[in-house]
Design a protein around this ligand. Structure first.
Ligand code: PAF
Length: 251
């Protein structure tokens, strides 16, 4: 970690210079080939001594986090680099994982002290569309929380809840790289504790089209989204537009 801490300002300084040149429309002295930059920085790190796979993974995750931020907004980049620095020197962590509602509340309270908080609810199996939501969330808020919960209530009989793809560690890596601050992974028992008896139904818009083909599906979506919103109480929440009827129900 000490070697990594030494290296971070180097990566950051180099990227900052390239980004400045790019913003001013000057020909950049090198192309902004991010993977080459990270590779070069990593080689320098390796020259300095033994590097574990964990160090390397941490470094790659952080460097790409810094780079992504740099290309979007200067002030955010500086904050991201600061967080990276703090992380390597034993300060704040990257993406924080929480499972229980109690852990969530404590983490959310801290994040909210930094400014606005955005929420990106998901069912996992993340892809570029989800990452676009995280990017948009970062433009709208200082902090971003994501959730992964495969919601049994929105699956009908014979809809293969068990076969829904689950890949927690890949999802977590993607969220870390996209710059999400918090990941809430509740269990079914956290969301639907024993004795749970509440259901939300948005009449009208839930009834037609997909609602006819999948009775109860949108009630499951409305119920879980209400629960996630109540638990996190974000300033803004982001949903994809692909499931257009779902979006209408949530709105
Ligand atoms: O679109 C989804 O991924 C889910 O329906 C949502 C909104 C996260 C609720 O489970």
């Amino acid at each position: 970690p000490e070697a990594l801490a030494d290296l971070m300002p180097l990566v950051y300084g180099r990227l900052l210079k390239l980004a400045r040149q790019r913003r001013r429309g000057e020909p950049a002295e090198a192309s902004l080939n991010t993977s080459a930059l990270v590779h070069e920085a990593y080689l320098r790190l390796a020259e300095g001594g033994e590097v574990t796979v964990r160090d390397r993974n941490q470094f790659l995750a952080l460097a790409s986090h810094v780079m992504r931020n740099l290309l979007v907004d200067h002030a955010r980049a500086r904050r991201a680099a600061k967080r990276a620095w703090q992380r390597f020197t034993g300060g704040a962590a990257g993406v924080q994982f929480v499972r229980t509602v109690e852990e969530l509340r404590a983490a959310v309270q801290l994040l909210k002290s930094d400014g606005r908080l955005a929420l990106v609810p998901t069912m996992g199996a993340l892809h570029a569309g989800h990452m676009a939501l995280v990017e948009e969330a970062k433009r709208r808020a200082e902090r971003v929380a994501a959730t992964i919960f495969v919601n049994p209530m929105q699956f009908g009989a014979g809809e293969d809840l068990d076969r829904y793809p689950r890949g927690e560690s890949d999802d977590a890596d993607m969220l870390r790289e996209a710059g999400s601050d918090l990941l809430w992974l509740p269990s079914v028992g956290d969301i639907y504790p024993e004795g749970f008896a509440t259901r939300i139904r948005v009449a009208g818009v839930s009834d037609r089209w997909e609602g006819e083909a999948r009775p109860g599906h949108f009630d499951g979506v409305a119920t879980v989204v209400a629960k996630l919103l109540i638990a996190v109480a974000p300033d803004v929440a982001l949903f994809g537009e692909k499931d257009f009827q779902q979006l209408a129900v949530i709105r």
